[in-house]
Design a protein around this ligand. Structure first.
Ligand code: G
Ligand code: G
Ligand code: NA
Ligand code: MN
Length: 253
């Protein structure tokens, strides 16, 4: 069966699920949020990671429906945690370029309202490639989203082609240092220089900065010394099923 047909069926039959990778504040090691990462629980192939179907979904346009499902599922989960009395944490949803249309702000607003959620529960992660086409239109959409109180983070920062002259115009809250740079810390001098430069740019533009893919205490020490605000990675936690993330949140609280 073509993977596209399979993915369409997966959307209709509840085979997608979200896992949550905690994001930690470096200053006090507390969980401050989570990145929602989609997985496909395939009847024969088991749990399929997004790298195996998101690129295809992007190529076919099906990523729009996947994205609608992800936003819905993340907000439903946030409502459950809110109703259970857990402290508000930001759930970050990845949004690909094809979802980043003028329909997105209205859909985000409507979904938050339907689940009775304050905007502080939600963050959207966008990648640099989203920002490359029609910059003025993209900034208009970003402004409408941030006007709702929903924050934006710039994912995989430094891996694309976005120019620094645009960066200052983006209403973003957080820069994410890509895992490919974190990996080389502390042995690779270039990766260390790039990471600390990203941190410095973020500080001077009044953005927060988070490093992803943090796996070692040496990486954490370097990032802390360099002024990084938040971390995400296997040193702290892999992406967790909702029940396990909730457990971690309750223990941390
Ligand atoms: O979980 P994993 O590291 O395998 O994720 C691989 C990639 O898939 C990541 O780069 C992530 O941005 C992307 N991804 C995960 N979940 C989603 C999603 O819900 N929507 C989109 N567009 N991309 C996602
Ligand atoms: O594309 P994006 O960067 O949003 O996706 C994050 C991906 O990286 C997820 O698939 C997640 O499972 C994976 N990941 C998260 N933390 C680590 C880490 O510390 N090391 C490695 N190698 N992968 C990680
Ligand atoms: Na991401
Ligand atoms: Mn990333």
């Amino acid at each position: 069966m073509r993977i596209e047909t399979g993915l369409r069926q997966a959307l209709g039959s509840g085979q997608l699920e979200l896992h949550y990778q905690p994001k930690f504040s470096i200053a006090d090691s507390k969980i401050i949020g989570a990145e929602a990462l989609v997985r496909w629980r395939h009847p024969e192939r088991g749990l399929v990671p997004p790298a195996e179907f998101i690129p295809l979904a992007e190529a076919t346009g099906l990523v729009v429906q996947v994205g609608e499902w992800v936003l819905e599922a993340a907000c439903a989960q946030a409502q459950t945690w809110k109703d259970a009395g857990l402290p508000p944490i930001r759930l970050a949803v990845n949004v690909s370029a094809r979802e980043f249309t003028s329909a997105l702000p209205g859909r985000v607003k409507e979904t938050l309202e339907r689940y009775g959620l304050e905007p502080c529960w939600l963050e959207l992660e966008i990648t640099e490639s989203t920002l490359m086409h029609n910059i003025d239109r993209v900034i208009g959409i970003m402004d409408r989203i941030t006007a709702l109180g929903v924050t934006l983070s710039l994912d995989d920062f430094g891996t694309g082609y976005s120019s620094l002259s645009y960066l200052k115009r983006f209403p973003i809250d957080t820069l994410k240092i890509d895992r490919s740079f974190t990996t080389g810390i502390p042995s690779d001098a270039s990766d260390c220089a790039i990471a600390s430069t990203i941190i410095s740019i973020a500080q001077q533009l009044n953005h927060k900065v988070i490093a992803e893919g943090v796996e070692t205490v040496e990486q954490l020490a370097f990032l802390k010394d360099s002024g990084c605000d938040e971390v995400q990675g296997y040193l702290f936690s892999k992406p967790l099923p909702a029940s396990e993330f909730e457990k971690a949140l309750r223990e941390d609280w």
